[in-house]
Design a protein. Sequence first.
Length: 500
Amino acid sequence: MTNIVNHWIGGKTAEGASGTYGPVTDPATGAVTTKVAFASVDEVDAAVAAAKEAYLTWGQSSLAQRTSVLFAFRALLDAHRDEIAALITAEHGKVHSDALGEVARGLEIVDLACGITVQLKGELSTQVATRVDVASIRQPLGVVAGITPFNFPAMVPLWMFPIAIACGNTFVLKPSEKDPSAAVRIAELLSEAGLPDGVFNVVHGDKVAVDRLLEHPDVKAVSFVGSTPIARYIHTTASANGKRVQALGGAKNHMLVLPDADLDAAADAAVSAAYGSAGERCMAISAVVAVGAVGDELVEKIRERAEKIKIGPGTDPSSEMGPLITKAHRDKVASYVEGAAAEGCEVVLDGTGYTVDGHEDGHWIGISLLDRVPTSAKAYRDEIFGPVLCVLRADTYEEGLALINASPFGNGTAIFTRDGGAARRFQLEVEAGMVGVNVPIPVPVGYHSFGGWKDSLFGDHHIYGNDGTHFYTRGKVVTTRWPDPADAPAGVDLGFPRNH
């Protein structure tokens, strides 16, 4: 009998009641291994109601209580990191080392949440007028929601809820229906760590569940990571319903390689950043811009390295890249490569015919490398979200910069050079939210915030870091005047000398 992934509401498993289920597939075999319950509007309402009730006490709990739970959760998550990674590999397909890295990056944000006491310190100005003080404090919002993507089923939720609950909010998570098990296991660990029932809830589903969270009057804020069209929809819809929104969208991250760069280092970086996690990450480098005469040599170095990548099941320790999440996504990625030559691209490597012996029904695709890609090509314009790297040519730094800044996306970017002055100019002039200098995937550490510009972010706040704390709290300013004790009414003696 097929296993069922159910919801987690009010501190316990809640069996799906809608009668609607979605398939969960092992991408390495193509076999449906599990089905996941899809929530009805009533089930979403039940999760929000549980979170609202829990907020009555959790929102008033001490910082010491909240952080003690998070410290306990961190220890459990660390102890179970291998188990969580195995769940990710089974449903997403990424190799085990990538899955372990995902959990490790999520742990960084739990670390930050454990130290939230420093982030939540307010400000005080005394004697702004005679016996008048002004204090600024931050308070939680209430029930908040997270809607997360398939490509990082543990890390992206961990970017959201630890900070949200550390600030005193309660949380409803709607993870991707394609790989839902990691989220439920995390919920169980939170409960084991002592998190009160209802503070963290998980509902699975499709657009029905998402739309109900976006319109529910008791949901005060929504965090989202996914594609740009959906991010725009989330932002527009939730904002129209009066909610605070941070919606992180898609990307087309460029890597500018100047003529003075270490080409071996640049090629190593391009291969790992383009093909790691099978390209299914919003911080992947999907476009290399080669400046000057280095293009031919750089492309050859990338090709040599890419051809050596071992593709296979994520459970095989020798595999360096796994399959794509679904057959439909695999076919969509392949279509960009199959149509590339007709759009003027030089196809250096074509991975569309790749299969793995013994796993022929898996969602396999090999490495693809496209050179001299025109900016009009679909492979350049669209976020492919697969192991396809485009190389473009530019004569000068200025031309390369203008090409990058013309992109509608502005998530991350990188420059490879030995020239500090050029790097400094680039980090100031490029229109992107995260910049790497000789670093191909500039994902910030937990205490700096993650987020892009332009069509890569909708809303005012980036995720985690200081922005995360500000997103999940709202400011309040208190102005206070107390009479001096010496001015107490006649007949009341507080032991203070009269000053008049």
